[in-house]
Write a protein that binds this ligand. Structure first.
Ligand code: BGC
Length: 730
């Protein structure tokens, strides 16, 4: 017995010694790197230092060959490694070796509500970026969806800070675990493309802290992101790239960010204020490299004593710091990466198949039973549209399984598939918006009667019609906002005609953002939403429609009934006046607005159906009264009460009961995606730290937890609460 105790003590001591040893080793390594950095800086001329602080081609920034310091290689972007471009222009090089895996875009990832998938997603990107010999991946893109008509909604994740943060952290960890630096963008409040390069987003401190910052904060604090890209726009009067509050006070001093800040391309407007505010590297899409603000002008500013060399040294220190960390310098091996592997395509498929949202299935038309139908009419231009490289900005050179191809692959030899185009992607007006940004496109409203006629004929002859409509990545694009949320190209007319011709019509809407679906919702019994869903998007869609995959996507944003219901439209603050946009809705963004103002959305945040059903019961907390340092241990039982396996996302919203300050009606505080076999039941735990219920007090500039009663609401969407209970914070 005694012997055993000694043995145990011995083991504990050995483990402790090991831990201390490891700690000392990493401390020593840290000191080693620090002294290596100091000695490199001591050897560098000012010219050499400045050379490292700006682009020396469109997607590299300078190194110092004489000292063995490499260039930094960047690549877009958030949903796949972009094709190679000429060094000095945006023209593609036209290689045959630069295709990559096209992953579902941001809002589709948002719709999975699955951080594990976000981790795999990041890993795929990291491995592919390494295989293409890059150092920095310009992603994830994580701005909160304030405006559904924002051209970049498809790239961004969600309208909720908690969901955004969880996905962003996992994505960043995935990328960086493969030896690539993740550059989180666009910091901050890049919520519209109209006037994006100069618009001043005037946002209250409270909305910044509670809505727009949390995902960035989490990406830095929990994801340990090593790069951040300030946005083009201004926040509260200052360009993000020259904003000391954002870049130094919040990012470095409060969040402890030790990585590098890299400007958006062409997002720098001054030398001295930008250098002092905390930007490290200036990038641009301009080949006059020596005239960048951070090139000769910065050199001159240092010589003239307007910027101290210490400021320059700190920037170099940070760049060298990440270079050592990622073994770009100082030896140590870097992962080699892998490109376009079957495993990567499989991951893209998994994300796609968990992101598709079943919006309506009142007559149980879905899933289609292939053994009971002889013919299907697939109708709509989006059924054959490849989206990977459309639009302005980052795209991916990739093969792509379209919806039609996906359905044909699945139904081959069993069911006859006929295709009709139904409508054409056509614009009645294309207004150039200046600079190199994307033109504003106004789609035609009416479909071609001849195309409708052919579609109706095909629908009449088939057992089932599947209309695949929605937006395209040309219409939803970086650099431009949409004027309307209406379905473009006369799609409503087409859907009306086809559903009248064949009552067994399924409508699939492909878009990266909310669209107006009032008419479609009324006319159609089976309605599905898919994001721009990556290389295997068509396979995932076919599997959902045919029931091989049970849909489990949940909306990452509210689908409003009309554009005017959107807060920024209702309060007239979009797109702003004279280059200034006042975020008058404050913290009431997304569902917070609809729930607080009691405006019924068409489809609420967090909504999505399944082919099975789930019952919630037995909501419990570990106690009823909590202190401010506690964590509420919430648990709920979830049972799959239907006849097939499925996944449900359990969502926990918190409602402050009669708060003494303005609060949103409810806020998502925890969620968990759970997989259950038919008949299976699981206990789902949803811990919530009391500190996460705090609000940001602008007078005191601090987070405050209000004592009082809080209702915990658990359910299957923000408007489908199944169980609730009240706790007290003292
Ligand atoms: C976009 C960034 C992108 C950069 C480089 C900019 O126009 O805003 O998101 O990473 O271009 O392509």
């Amino acid at each position: 017995m005694k012997h055993n105790v000694f043995l145990k003590k011995g083991i504990v001591l050995l483990v402790l010694a090991f831990i201390v040893g490891c700690g000392m080793k990493s401390q020593k390594e840290g000191e080693n790197v620090k002294s290596k950095i100091d000695s490199l800086i001591a050897k560098m001329t000012l010219k050499q230092k400045i050379h490292m602080l700006h682009g020396n081609s469109f997607f590299t920034s300078g190194g110092v060959e004489e000292l063995g310091i490499p260039e930094m290689h960047y690549t877009d972007g958030p949903f796949g490694v972009r094709e190679e471009l000429h060094a000095n222009s945006w023209q593609p090089l036209g290689l045959t070796t630069d295709s990559a895996t096209y992953l579902p875009t941001g809002s589709a990832l948002g719709a999975t509500w699955n951080p594990e998938l976000a981790l795999s997603y990041g890993k795929v990107l990291g491995q592919e970026a390494r295989a293409r010999d890059k150092d920095v991946l310009l992603g994830p893109a994580i701005d909160i969806d304030r405006n559904p008509n924002n051209g970049r909604t498809f790239e961004y994740l969600t309208e909720d800070p908690v969901l955004d943060a969880e996905l962003a952290v996992a994505y960043v960890k995935g990328v960086q675990s493969e030896g690539i630096i993740a550059c989180v963008k666009h910091y901050l409040a890049n919520n519209q493309e109209t006037g994006r390069r100069d618009v001043d987003e005037v946002v209250s401190q409270r909305a910044l802290r509670e809505i727009y910052m949390p995902a960035f904060k989490a990406a830095v604090e929990k994801g340990h992101a090593d790069a951040v890209m300030p946005a083009y726009n201004k926040v509260n009067g200052k360009y993000c790239s020259a904003n000391p509050f954002l870049l130094t006070k919040v990012l470095r001093e409060e969040w402890g960010f030790t990585g590098i800040t890299i400007s958006d391309w062409g997002g720098v407007h001054s030398t001295v204020p930008t250098a002092k505010a905390g930007l490290d590297v200036e990038m641009n899409g301009d080949s006059d490299y020596n005239n960048y603000y951070f090139a000769q002008p910065l050199f001159d500013a240092v010589k003239a004593g307007k910027v101290s060399e210490d400021i320059i040294n700190n920037k170099i220190r940070r760049i060298l710091g990440v270079m050592f960390k990622y073994h770009m310098l100082g030896g140590g091996s870097r992962p080699k990466g892998r490109l376009n592997t079957p495993e990567h395509h499989q991951k893209a498929y998994e994300v796609a198949s968990e992101s598709i949202v079943l919006l309506k299935n009142t007559k149980h038309l879905l899933p289609l039973d292939a053994s009971k139908i002889q013919s299907v009419a697939v109708i709509g231009d989006n059924a054959t549209r490849k989206q990977a490289q459309l639009g302005f900005g980052a795209g991916v050179k990739s093969r792509e399984i379209t919806p039609l191809a996906g359905l044909k692959n699945k139904l081959k030899g069993k069911v006859k598939v006929q295709f009709a185009q139904g409508y054409k992607e056509e614009y009645k007006q294309v207004n150039q918006s200046g600079l190199d940004d994307s033109p504003k496109r106004i789609p035609v409203e009416k479909a071609d009667p001849k195309l409708i006629k052919k579609a109706v004929e095909a629908a009449k002859k088939a057992d089932v019609a599947i209309v695949v409509a929605g937006n395209t990545r040309t219409y939803e694009s970086e650099g431009t906002d949409r004027e309307s949320l209406a379905l473009p190209f006369g799609e409503n007319q087409l859907i009306k005609a086809v559903t009248a011709a064949n009552p067994n019509t399924v409508v699939v809407i492909i878009s990266g953002s909310p669209v107006e679906l009032n008419q479609v919702k009324t006319e159609t019994s089976a309605l599905v939403w898919s994001g721009f869903n990556g290389i295997e998007g068509g396979t995932a869609l076919a599997n959902v429609l045919l029931g091989t995959v049970n849909p489990s996507g949940k909306l990452p944003f509210t689908f409003p009934k009309k554009l005017n219901d959107v807060p920024s439209q209702a309060n007239g603050s979009f797109p702003g006046e004279n280059g200034v946009t006042h975020y008058k809705e404050g913290i009431l963004v997304g569902y917070r607005w609809y729930d607080t103002k009691d405006i019924a959305p068409l489809f609420p945040f967090g909504y999505g159906l399944s082919y099975t059903s789930f019952a919630f019961s037995d909501l419990k907390t570990n106690k009823g009264v909590f202190n401010k340092k506690d964590t509420i241990q919430v648990s709920v039982a979830l049972k799959n009460t239907g006849d097939r396996a499925g996944k449900e996302t359990v969502q926990l919203y918190v409602h402050a009961v009669n708060p003494s300050v303005h609060m949103a009606e409810q806020e998502l505080k925890a969620f968990s995606k759970v997989s259950l076999k038919s008949g299976e039941q699981k206990n789902v735990s949803l811990p919530v730290a009391i500190k996460d219920l705090a609000y940001y007090n602008e007078d005191k500039n601090q987070w405050i937890i209000l004592a009082g009663k809080y209702q915990l609401r658990v359910g299957a969407s923000s408007r489908d609460i199944r169980e609730s209970l009240t706790i007290t914070i003292q």
